[in-house]
Write a protein that binds this ligand. Structure first.
Ligand code: HEM
Length: 225
């Protein structure tokens, strides 16, 4: 009698997204700029530049999020309680004063490319989900530890001026929120080909972040004390 091969169920989307970006996540974590920042060696100009780079990214992410709020797929994960732009701008004001100058001139090529890709997802909202996940779940995960490390580096108390980006006052606790978020991802009405496209887009989102970090790394001489 031939042995029956057990049917392997496809893992849920949240697992596909996480497992499909493990290598990219490791690369992002080990970028020289990030590593130097977590090592407490990035100066005020460097942190100002980092926030300055993230500003157009969150502006695009949140603008497209508002447009897709009623979309049957993307709308299920959009949540204005996650919005980072107001905190980011408040932090930027603090850092501009502390650094003694505003962040770099115009958005850099990597920042422009990232924001352009975000705007393109207007026409393909399933892919917006990938970008939403990459930034906000990151901010609610490793971002929390990064905020604590930066607090020690710059001697700012938790959530104090300059580090409000890491605070989510409208979200009670990150862990249950992330569990609910993953459950919403898993329940999205997406065919398996679309799920694969979302996983590919997560990889692209990490690469776009990596390109931004790489530009910051190129200026590390200026950005270290
Ligand atoms: C040095 C920098 C970083 C550190 C130390 C870090 C650390 C972590 C840790 C410890 C987790 C798991 C937390 C948990 O299970 O609750 C996590 C999750 C995550 N991080 Fe990062 N991270 C870093 C950078 C980034 C960057 C740059 C991004 C994207 C732009 C990112 C995106 C994510 C995402 C999307 C998750 C959620 C994975 C999942 O459970 O599906 N991280 N990070």
């Amino acid at each position: 009698m031939p042995a029956t091969i057990p049917e392997t169920a496809t893992p849920p989307l949240s697992v596909l997204m996480r497992d499909g970006s493990v290598i990219e996540h490791r690369e992002a974590e080990s970028s020289d700029f990030m590593a130097t920042m977590l090592d407490g060696r990035v100066n005020a100009a460097g942190y100002t530049a980092y926030l300055g780079a993230l500003r157009p990214v969150y502006a695009a992410l949140e603008e497209v999020g508002r447009e897709l709020a009623d979309h049957p797929v993307a709308g299920r994960i959009v949540d204005s309680r996650l919005d980072r732009l107001p905190a980011l701008e408040a932090d930027l004001q603090y850092w501009t004063a502390r650094a003694g100058h505003a962040p770099v001139e115009a958005p850099s090529p990597a920042v422009v490319a990232y924001a352009e890709r975000l705007f393109e997802t207007r026409n393909d909202p399933a892919l917006y989900v990938a970008h939403h996940y990459t930034r906000y779940l990151g901010d609610l995960s490793g971002g929390q530890a990064i905020g604590r490390i930066l607090g020690r580096t710059y001697e700012i108390e938790r959530g104090g001026p300059g580090l409000t980006f890491y605070e989510f006052p409208l979200i009670e606790k990150p862990k249950p929120y992330k569990d609910g978020y993953r459950a919403r991802l898993d329940a999205l009405p997406l065919a398996s080909e679309d799920q694969q496209r979302v996983v590919e887009e997560v990889r692209l989102a990490f690469a776009l972040n990596g390109a931004v970090f790489s530009e910051l790394t190129d200026r590390l001489d200026e950005y270290t004390a």
